[in-house]
Design a protein around this ligand. Sequence first.
Ligand code: F6P
Length: 545
Amino acid sequence: MSKLTRYTSWQALTGLVNTLPHMRQLFADDPQRFDKYSLKDCGLLLDYSKNRIDAQVVQQLLQLAAEAGLPQKIAAMFAGALINTTEKRAVLHTALRAPADADIRVDDCNVVPEVQATLKKMAAFIDALYHGEWRGCTGKKITDVVAIGIGGSFLGPKIVSEALKPYWNGKLNCHFVANVDGSCLSDKLEALDPQTTLFLMSSKSFGTQETLTNTLSAKAWFLAKGHTQADVAKHFAAITSNVEKATAFGIDADNIFPMWDWVGGRYSLWSAIGLPIALLIGMDNFRLLLQGAREMDVHFAATPLAQNMPVIMGLLSIWYNNFQGAQSHVVLTYDHYLRGLPAYFQQLDMESNGKSVTLDGETVDYSTGPVIWGGEGTNGQHAYHQLLHQGTALIPADFILPLQSHHPLGEHHAQLASNCFGQTQALMQGRTYEEALTELANSSLSASEKQLIARHKVMHGNKPSNTILMDKLTPETLGALIALYEHRTFVQGAIWDINAFDQWGVELGKTLGNAVLTRLSAPQDCNDLDSSSNSLIGLFRKQRI
Ligand SMILES: O=P(O)(O)OC[C@H]1O[C@](O)(CO)[C@@H](O)[C@@H]1O
């Protein structure tokens, strides 16, 4: 039996499952329920009242956090302890948004000055592009930037840029290339002029196949347009922790922005990986994004657990995941600009908590990371909300809504908000058989048909959701929101006693993929492989001939 499942709080929580009344009753019994189970800080409001909780459950969840040493683990992360134990690294994405005078040490060296110097380098780079000091090899201003990267070197820049479209200053166009599928890069290149295009290669390792291949092809395209190797320096820059590989690749040392091994890829948008964001919204707004995340860092580090937003959200997810069989969690962003956020949270959470051994290497005897999925509201209501309401799976939901729109068009925003609130209400209260029968009372159906249809219309409700509101989607509130989810992920990994900051699971697929690549062009069959891989390789080889 694992340490975690031996905690008295874990035992107590196991005993509390299915002992609570329906949420309808919980709300009926306590008119102050919203006030009791909502938190406000960092420009966000978290309404967690539509959850299967009462004072006793919350108390035991908080006790679980205490028994798991969460406060100490939070302090260790902020202090730069090597909590990424398998790679012997600190986890300090929080240092990327720390104040300039902070002192945060790795190997007894304060990392903040280098972070600040990189922010200044970013600002100078952006100014040079904006004002034409940086020009292409034929003297033309740069108009388009192609950001090449994948995973955390793509999702953060892409999704945050999309989310902050109202803040784009129009000085540059930015395009994102991630997939190694040639269609992705080709689509972008066909519309571009190499004389006015700058390629930004983002790769912490400078060893990711997709990013290297895309960058090599971009360079080949550039050279095929009549330009020379000497011209490359004016059209290629890189963000990486592997400066040696980047210069060997042909990128001018002055055009390389550093990254550090104490920043995980999925936590790196706050570093120079976020350059595409800053190019689109300007450095002042990028600093506001950092500031918002900083506010959430201060909240997370200093707020008592019971009023701590990431802690409450992480504990609630554990309550469903580990005690009520929920295997997925849905994020529903009721804002068109936030439509990509669920995909961002997918990598953040699933690449962090998709683990099955504890820090000591013991196989866990409890569930860990759920599947994170979601999409844009109201679209999801016409796609998968049916399952949320009447399916057999328990899927806790987060609803995210800015109270003000950037485009106050007629009744649109009121309808968006009413749908958001209506959905959480429907998930909570459901519809009883009697209510369904009453709704059918005046229909022309026979009595037996009414009874049958009523059965199909029953919604059990008691489906948990959190609602997160902000006054408006701004760089600051977005920074706070993303940091909220970073720390929510941390809370769960800390309680599950897993390493949320390595990603050994992605290595094997890459290695085997590279081995297959060599076989796709080999003449002989791969009879040493399983028959599926052998056949699939054969089919691909056949179509190539
Ligand atoms: O920035 P890099 O080193 O190219 O890595 C890209 C992505 O690949 C991973 O290492 C594995 O998916 C992610 O953690 C990372 O964000």
